[in-house]
Structure formats: C-alpha cells, structure tokens
Design a protein. Structure first.
Length: 577
C-alpha cells in the first residue's frame, strides 16, 4: 500500500494527495516571486524544501500539495526569492578584520570614538587594534564607490586614550602617509609616550608640546610593524570569522571563493565540525603550492559540501589602484610607467620570464588542478591568453573551467579569443563603479572602452562570473552586498548615479544576465552547479529572499533592497526580523 500511495503522489501531482509525511515538505516558501535561474522553469510562485534539498518549484497550487501538518509554511507576501548568491572573489581574512575595526568612511570624531568603543568591547585586554585606513574618501570628489567628499579627517587620539588604556593601538591613513598611535602602544614598543624619540619618525605635538599620537616619517611604518603582531590570536580570528559569516548571510550570500591563509582554512574546518560554517567556501591556494596539493591527491571539489579545495590562484600583473596593472602603452598620467609584473613572472634577476610562469601553469594543470589567474592590464591579459594556448597545446583539451581573474582592461581581439577558448571571466562589477572616476585620466578614453566590458565578454562566448573582491583595497571599500554588483553591471554608474547615461553604456548587461553571473555561473566556476546556483528540485536549498523584486526596482531602489531571509541547506541562517 505504501508503494502505491507513493506512486500516486508522484503520478497525480494536481490532486491533493500529499498526506504521507515522507512525501511532504519540511518547509514551503510561497506567495513569492521566484526567479530560479533555471532555463526550463525560470519563474515560479513557491518552493518546497525537504531536508536539505529543494523538493518542488512551481505554482502555488502545485507546491502547496506538499504541505502536511508538520510543514513550516513561510508566507513571503510577494517578496522575491533568488538562489543564494555565489561571490567569486573574496579575501575573507581581510574582510573579517575590516569588519571588526575600520574607519575608512569615518568623517567625525564622534564616529571615531564609537568605532573604538565598539572594538574594545569585543577584545581581551592587551589585544592590538590595527588597521584604520582613514581618509580613503576624503580626497575624492563625489563619485567614489561609497560616497566622497573634500573634508580631510584625522583621528584625535586624545579622545580615546582612556578607552584604549589597555589596548595598544597603531592605525594608519589609507595611503600610509601618516599613522596614529596611542600611549599604550608607545609603551609596548619601548617609547616614552610623553617624550617619544625614534630615528626617522616625526611625532606631532600640540601647542603645549604634548604628543598628539599622529606620526609620520620614513621609518614610522617599519618601526611599528616590527613590534606589532603578525597575526591575531586563534580565538580572535575565530570570532572575526563568525562575524564575517554573519555579514555574508545578511546579504544573501551563501558561497564565496576565498584565498586567505592556512589558519583560515583550519578555522573553517573547526567551525564545520561544530556545525557553525554557515556558507560554502571554495578555497584557493597560491599557484606555487601546486605540487603540495598534487602530492595529497587533491582535485577540484575535494573536501565537503561546505569546504571545497582543488583550485589555485596566480597573478600576472599589479592593479589599477596604484597604476601597476601592466599595459602595452604607458599610463597617460605617468608616461614612464607601463605597470608591473608579479613575482612568479620574474626570474632571479627580476626580469620578466613568461616561460617560468607557464611552467607553473602546465604542471598544475597536468595535476588536474583548477587554475584561476589574475590579469588586469591589456598586455597582462594578452600574455595570459598566450600562455593558456601554449598550456593547452602541451596538455590537451579538457574541462578546465579556467578562470581569468578580473579581466579589467582587454583589447577587442583578446575578448573574442577569451570566448573562443571557453574561459570563465571572474569579474567584480563594483570595480567599475569605483574605478570609473579616474580610469580615463589614467589610460584615456580609447583604452577605457575595453574596461569592464561585460556585454562584450558575455557575447564572446566566455562565461561571466560575478563577485565583489570583498573587502576592497586600502583606498576603496567593496561591500559583500550583491545588489551593488547588480546595479553596477546593469547601469554602469557610480553608486551616486553618475554619469547620467552610464559609463560606456553599450557595455551594460540586462538583469537576467547579471543574476545568472552571480549565481549559476559562479557555482559552475566552482564545480558546484550540480549542488547550488539555481532553484530546481534535487539541488541544495540555498536561497535568498529579498524585499523588492529586482526586475521591477529602479536603480536607486535596487541599492536599498534588503534581504529578508537567507537559507542554506534549507535552514534559515539570517532573518531581518
């Protein structure tokens, strides 16, 4: 009888026959606008979940058949359900530290005091307060990624001396042109806090000759870096990790590609063992460690459903922020500078040696490991494509899912070649909203037409994959919030709405393409498309629920859109309420 009843449940889905608990759902999300990123069933009204997996997706009447007395029913009141977002590029350890303490966008002393009070409340006495990065948005006119202004802010250390009496503090301006240090830190490094002297360091004083805590000089950074800890305690880093995981959940992000250190991997493993790892981590070691992974038999997907190994990260050139991305022609604002090659590209005499980099690629690829390589300038991207072709000649064709990381400025021919080679373009749209304020000043309008060319990349046949580069650089904050990336890719504007028609607007993409790049495409890039990235039966129930429908919101409303719920494996890990 049980077999017959089970057959009836499957064969007659339009009949209200689901009374047997084994065929019912544990949870149903209904009265919703569901965008599935499943081409066979793109839109739905409800989702049923059984255990950790999606059981059914469809119309209200269809999915509500799976309701039993034990089913938890979530009425979403018209909210939007999307797959959990998959961020293709984060620096998790840096983000976790940044969330704990930063004053990048602080512009008043009251805000500064609040930030310091907040961090001291969470730390054990004696723990160092580091970072800061103040002033990053002071010197830019409106149009910066997260605001802008012309007022120069410098923290007044005297206002927090009592608060930090037991917490040594050494923090810096974003460009490391000046630093702030409290009396406790001076004592820790052997200086007299009231009459400090050190060669190569200038100590600012007030009108009474009392040190203000602001220091400059050629030796300031090196002196204090020598005396400050290289890393925080395991307990502190674990708490930072929990905090960062909570931040991800707050913005509907259920998976990230990380490239932190071995300690972070150990913390992930510990949290997973305690059932506290509330995200899927696709982890990448540095390229030069390929042999170590190969000897351990690690392949893409090695590990568990929550922590997966098997990928490597390498670098060809520098970055746009400090004009070290490598170009064929000099920078417009620095005519003697074409950018830099990174360490693995240089021989023992610091001369470029592409064959050396190729050897790393060939060996790692032969071992079956996935390669993800950073290239930003047009010459760097051109060279990387050449190296890939040479590697493929040596090793033959296979399902590599090679990820060209950033792909920021490319010539038209190379964009087409990337598509022909079937590459994945691992890009971060928030870079566009931030960098456009000075790109043309640095590389001119003609080269800028090939910058962040999302539409051209997509039309070339390459796969677009989206992320954030969270937490950003020393001069720019890149939040984990995927709405910012969707906004940037579909409008090509700064977060303040400039320029009016969008920057090189022909390279805009539609919202459907942007969402797919941020969900299914990144799960594919992670070798996880069989698990997550879309909403269809049999996949893990990793979902994000948003207050507003992203296909109907204005660009300004999109930036304000909020997550109502985030689920991973069918469990609600974040609720706005």
């Amino acid at each position: 009888m049980k077999t017959i009843t089970k057959w009836l449940c499957i064969a007659a889905p339009l009949l209200m026959l689901i009374s047997c608990a084994d065929e019912g759902a544990d949870k149903i999300l209904h009265n919703a606008s569901v965008w599935t990123v499943d081409q066979d069933n793109p839109e739905a009204e409800a989702v049923a979940i059984k255990g950790e997996q999606i059981k059914a997706v469809g119309d209200e009447s269809e999915v509500m058949q799976y309701r039993t007395d034990a089913t938890e029913v979530m009425d979403l009141d018209g909210a939007m359900v999307l797959p959990g977002f998959q961020d293709n590029h984060v620096h998790f350890t840096s983000a976790a530290r940044f969330l704990e303490f930063n004053i990048m966008q602080v512009s008043t002393q009251d805000e500064f005091i609040e930030r310091v009070e907040s961090v001291t409340e969470r730390l054990e006495e004696g723990e160092w307060i580091l970072g800061g990065l103040w002033g990053a948005y002071d010197d830019w006119e409106a149009g910066a990624a997260a605001g802008g202004g012309t007022n120069r802010f410098t923290p007044d250390i005297s206002l927090v001396e009592d608060i930090t009496a037991e917490y040594p503090m050494f923090i810096r301006r974003f460009d490391s042109s000046e630093f702030a240090v409290n009396r406790k830190a001076m004592e820790e490094v052997g200086l007299d806090p009231y009459n400090p002297e050190a060669e190569g360091i200038e100590f600012e004083t007030d009108q009474d000759g009392v040190p203000t805590g602001i220091i400059t000089g050629d030796e300031a950074e090196a002196f204090f870096d020598e005396h400050t800890p290289d890393d925080f305690s395991r307990e502190r880093r674990t708490e930072q990790t929990r905090n960062a995981l909570a931040e991800m959940a707050k913005y509907g992000v259920t998976s990230v590609s990380d490239m932190s250190d071995d300690t972070q991997v150990e913390i992930y493993e510990e949290l997973e063992a305690e059932d506290e790892l509330s995200a899927r981590i696709h982890y990448r070691y540095h390229l030069e460690r390929w042999e170590e992974l190969a000897e351990d038999g690690i392949q893409p997907g090695h590990g568990s459903d929550r922590l997966r190994l098997g990928s490597l990260k390498g670098h060809i050139d520098g970055i746009m922020g400090n004009s070290t991305a490598r170009f064929f022609e000099p920078y417009d604002h620095e005519p003697d500078q074409r950018g830099n090659w990174r360490r693995l590209m240089l021989d023992e005499n610091d001369e470029p040696d592409p064959d050396q980099f190729l050897d790393y690629m060939v060996n790692a690829d032969q071992a079956g490991l996935q390669l993800t390589i950073h290239a930003i300038g047009d010459e760097a991207n051109n060279l990387l494509l050449d190296l890939y072709e040479r590697m493929e000649e040596k090793n033959g064709e296979r399902d590599r899912r090679f990820r060209l990381v950033h792909a920021q400025v490319m010539q038209d021919d190379d964009i087409q070649r990337m598509g022909e080679l079937g590459m994945i373009a691992e890009v971060q749209p928030i870079h566009l909203s931030d960098d456009m304020r000075w790109m043309e000043e640095r590389i001119g309008s003609e080269r800028s037409e090939g910058a962040y060319a999302f539409r051209s990349i997509d039309e070339s046949g390459a796969m677009l994959s989206f992320g954030t580069d969270w937490p950003g650089t020393a001069a720019s904050e890149y939040p984990i919030n995927p709405m910012l990336g969707l906004y940037a890719a579909t409008t090509r504007k700064t977060l303040l709405g400039e320029p009016e028609g969008g920057w090189f607007p022909d390279e805009r993409i539609d919202m459907e393409t942007a969402v797919e790049a941020y969900t299914y495409n990144t799960s594919y890039a992670n070798h996880m498309e069989h698990m997550v990235g879309s909403i269809k039966p049999g996949l893990q129930a990793d979902l994000s629920v948003w207050e507003g429908n992203i296909f109907e919101l204005s660009p300004e409303e999109l930036l304000e859109n909020e997550t109502l719920y985030t689920l991973i494996d069918g469990e609600v890990i974040y609720s706005r309420d």
